[in-house]
Ligand binder design. Structure first.
Ligand SMILES: *[C@@H]1O[C@H](CO)[C@@H](O)[C@H](O)[C@H]1NC(C)=O
Ligand SMILES: *[C@@H]1O[C@H](CO)[C@@H](O)[C@H](O)[C@H]1NC(C)=O
Ligand SMILES: *[C@@H]1O[C@H](CO)[C@@H](O)[C@H](O)[C@H]1NC(C)=O
Length: 766
């Protein structure tokens, strides 16, 4: 033990075993379907882990994670019934084998003194933390169905493993509602090192932030459909990032120091050097210091598919980097010590015409209300590490049951109202049924344990023509103040066709915005929703609507005078399958609308958000401005066009609903299908990455292939009476038109074919 480590250990003994409130707080989370005595919270030390830097803690940590009989690991498809929060106090935990967190598990270290997970020299396994193991040939979980897990506040140390022995820090093929935050990877810096910090080969993500990679052959090896990654530091890695494949990716605030190559997006399938695996990447507000090459690409006007390997750089600073962008046959952009204002490769639609982009472009002119010292404003999830356990007000101690059946409306309101004077509401794990509106006034902070869910239920939410809020943030539109919400889910229990799960009224100062981090919606498809296989199994070929499967009117509504909201890692999901079902059988569940922002004031940040399977649209913006987006991601409901978007939900004109019955006149194909994105009467959008996907017709994917002509739906993005809309990296799948402006198609999928989607790397509406 080094002397400084010794002092730290003594200091932590002096203040008690747990320096962080999460360790000290009373643990009374209830998982009502997990059996009597099931523990949601587990401190690894209670299971015998020593964290002393000597003892092998592998078995004790596994015992903490697997406690409770029915945890979902080998052979289990997925579940929400057996949650776990596994807490690691400060210490050095020795691992000789991978630890494998079961489904619906959070691993949380003490952020005030991050625990170290340290591999033995003879370590065996694919990742110190293996987030989706290969027990056999395929991954244990279908990686696109791995939701609701997170890991934060750790140091991952592979330095004891010989440098030339293959080693991986974290293996993380996962999807929406997952995150890695505040993790440092320490690897050998020897020339012979083959270590990889983070390995992710597949999934549909996602979000990560605040990761540091020291040493190793590769900091992060990344393959996934789409991602936002923010605030990553790479020190002394041979290559910072190897992109294995993707459809779209946005990197924000990366720093590379003393690396060979920063980011390599040249991946090709074996033996096909002209065919690329990487769809596109966006790198913004990033610095490269002492690198040989910042970015390696292969894009040329003759690579295949047509737009694969597209790239945008914006505000990228170089210090002593000889080559900024290296192509297949030499330097494409020289380096030095300079700042690249903006540069790109791919297809651009800037003044109507489609033409090759290969070179410098004008960067976005960013409104000052959206920026701070680091570029566009950002803020990581608050962890409240300066507060003591006494600063938290427990929902269950306030009388809420969280058992999935009791009406907890009054008790939750009581918890919120009593958390005054800077106190934080602690939403103990549970399923909280509510039958009316809960008001969240300015000043409120709520943090969940695991991913508890608040569920709209009953007749108050029954009127499909008159949706009412379940959580109302700010009493009236334009109320001043700030709110912080993190780590919980909103959803439904039974039909709630008139529920708006979150209504956001608050007007927060742009210098101190409100925030939502890891706050998700889940409508149907889980135990407690009463919209599972038994009630809502899909019925392909039938347009009949089972009204018992209408789960929500709208997932989130930002009202006209609201402003100043930062959303990070938020997934608003109407279920396409039953998470509890052993085959993940598909269900038909209806929600009217996804995320609707109609703030005339503007100033919103959507960082790593996704909105899926909503009926009239996934994202809609009206009468607004100053919107920053890192990666829009949507999917059209799989049941469409049976029924199509003219059925099920009424057109509510006060909500600016799209009226497909009129707007589709004269449009060929499946026109009356949910917009991925609709922007009306708005301006000043700065979109860094987008994926709008329509994979299915009537539950069949044959429409979403190049050979079938990408004809699942006619149109997917609509801009109506807009100006100054700037989109980098627009990806669409299954839509004939990639983007429509005032009812006219701007771009066809055929002209912009990418690895699976079609891609336009630069669109500007003017
Ligand atoms: C450019 O990026 C750096 C971080 O690398 C940031 O500090 C700076 O504010 C950004 N510039 C603008 C104009 O946003
Ligand atoms: C929808 O799918 C079902 C089952 O695959 C099939 O029987 C039916 O003919 C399809 N209907 C339409 C209109 O495509
Ligand atoms: C367009 O949006 C502005 C606010 O940004 C609003 O004042 C105006 O009424 C809107 N126009 C229409 C036709 O809705």
């Amino acid at each position: 033990m080094r002397f400084s480590t010794f002092l730290t250990a003594v200091a932590s003994l002096a203040v008690g075993v747990n320096a962080y409130w999460l360790g000290d707080i009373q643990h009374q989370g209830l998982a009502p379907f997990a059996g009597n005595g099931y523990k949601v919270f587990r401190n690894v030390k209670d299971y015998g882990a020593k964290g002393d830097g000597v003892t092998d803690d592998t078995a004790a940590i596994a015992a903490a994670m697997n406690d409770g009989g029915n945890r979902c690991l080998q052979g289990c498809a997925s579940t929400t019934t057996t949650p776990a929060v596994v807490y690691f106090p400060a210490g050095t935990y020795i691992l000789s084998k991978s630890i494998m967190p079961p489904y619906f598990t959070q691993l949380i270290g003490d952020p005030t003194n991050r625990p170290v997970l340290k591999a033995t020299s003879g370590f065996q396994g694919f990742g110190l933390v293996d987030g989706n193991p290969y027990f056999g040939e395929p991954l244990n979980w279908v990686s696109t169905n791995v939701f609701y897990r997170q890991m934060r506040n750790f140091v991952i140390d592979t330095t004891a493993i010989p440098p030339a022995t293959a080693a991986t820090g974290i293996h993380w093929p996962t999807s929406q509602a997952t995150s890695l935050i505040n993790i440092q990877f320490n690897m050998p810096t020897d020339a012979s090192t083959v270590h990889v910090g983070l390995f992710c080969e597949s999934g549909s993500g996602g979000f990560m932030s605040d990761l540091t990679f020291n040493g190793g052959a590769t900091g992060a090896s990344l393959g996934n459909q789409q991602y936002t990654m923010r605030n990553l530091v790479f020190n002394n890695c041979k290559t910072g990032i190897i992109q294995l494949w993707n459809w779209g990716w946005t990197y924000i605030n990366l720093q590379f120091n003393n690396v060979g190559t920063g980011i390599d997006i040249t991946a090709t399938p074996n033996g096909q050097p002209q065919t690329l695996n990487v769809g596109s990447a966006i790198v913004m507000d990033s610095t490269f210091k002492n690198a040989q090459v910042a970015i390696k690409t292969r894009y040329t006007s003759s690579t295949s598919p047509d737009t694969a390997g597209s790239l945008i750089l914006e505000n990228v600073s170089l210090t002593n980097v000889p080559t900024a962008v290296q192509g297949q046959s030499g330097t494409l952009l020289a380096g030095g010590s300079t700042t690249i204002a903006a540069w790109g490769q791919g297809h651009q639609y800037v003044s109507g015409a489609n033409r090759e982009l290969n070179g410098g472009i004008t960067p976005n002119s960013r409104p000052s209300s959206l920026t701070s010292s680091n570029g566009f404003y950002s803020r990581s999830k608050p962890q409240y590490q300066t507060l003591a356990a006494s600063s938290f007000v427990s929902a269950r101690s306030s009388g809420a049951k969280g058992d999935g059946t009791t009406d907890d409306t009054a008790a939750l309101q009581k918890a919120i109202n009593s958390a005054t004077g800077g106190k934080v509401v602690f939403l103990d794990y549970g399923l909280y049924k509510v039958t009316g509106t809960i008001t969240i006034p300015a000043g409120t902070k709520i943090v969940g344990e695991g991913y508890p869910i608040i569920m709209a239920s009953g007749s108050f939410f029954g009127d499909i023509n008159n949706p009412k809020p379940m959580l109302k943030v700010g009493t009236n539109s334009g109320d001043a103040g700030q709110v912080e919400l993190s780590d919980f889910v909103v959803g439904n229990s039974g039909p709630a066709p008139g529920a708006v799960l979150i209504e956001w009224n608050l007007a927060s100062d742009v210098s101190n915005p409100s925030g939502m981090w890891d706050v998700h919606a889940r409508v149907g498809g889980f135990r407690g929703s009463n919209m599972q296989v038994a009630q809502c199994q899909k019925t392909p070929g039938s347009a009949n609507v089972n009204t018992n499967c209408i789960g929500a009117g709208m997932l989130m509504h930002v009202t006209s005078k609201a402003t100043g909201l930062y959303m990070e890692n938020t997934w608003l999901w109407t279920a396409d399958h039953d998470i509890e079902d052993s085959s993940n059988t598909q269900v038909t569940v209806y929600s009217g609308r996804g995320l609707y922002i109609e703030s005339t004031v503007g100033n919103f940040w959507l960082v790593g958000t996704a909105v899926e399977h909503n009926h009239l649209y996934n994202y809609q913006f009206a009468n607004t401005k100053n919107i920053f987006v890192s990666m829009f991601q949507t999917e059209t409901p799989y049941y469409m066009p049976l029924p199509d978007a003219t059925k099920v939900f009424p057109v509510i004109s006060s909500l600016n609903d799209p009226n497909y019955a009129t707007s589709c006149s004269g449009i060929a194909g499946n026109c009356a299908e949910s917009w991925g994105l609709r922007i009306i009467n708005s301006s000043a959008f700065y979109v860094y990455g987008a994926g709008f996907y329509s994979f299915f017709n009537n539950y069949s994917t044959t429409c979403s292939t190049v050979s079938a002509g990408e004809n699942c739906q006619s149109r997917i993005v609509s801009l109506e009476k807009v100006s100054n809309i700037n989109i980098y990296g627009l990806n669409t799948i299954g839509s004939l038109s990639m983007l429509d402006r005032d009812g006219v198609s701007v771009a066809s999928w055929k002209d912009n074919v990418n690895v699976f989607p079609s891609n336009i790397i630069l669109y500007r509406s003017g």
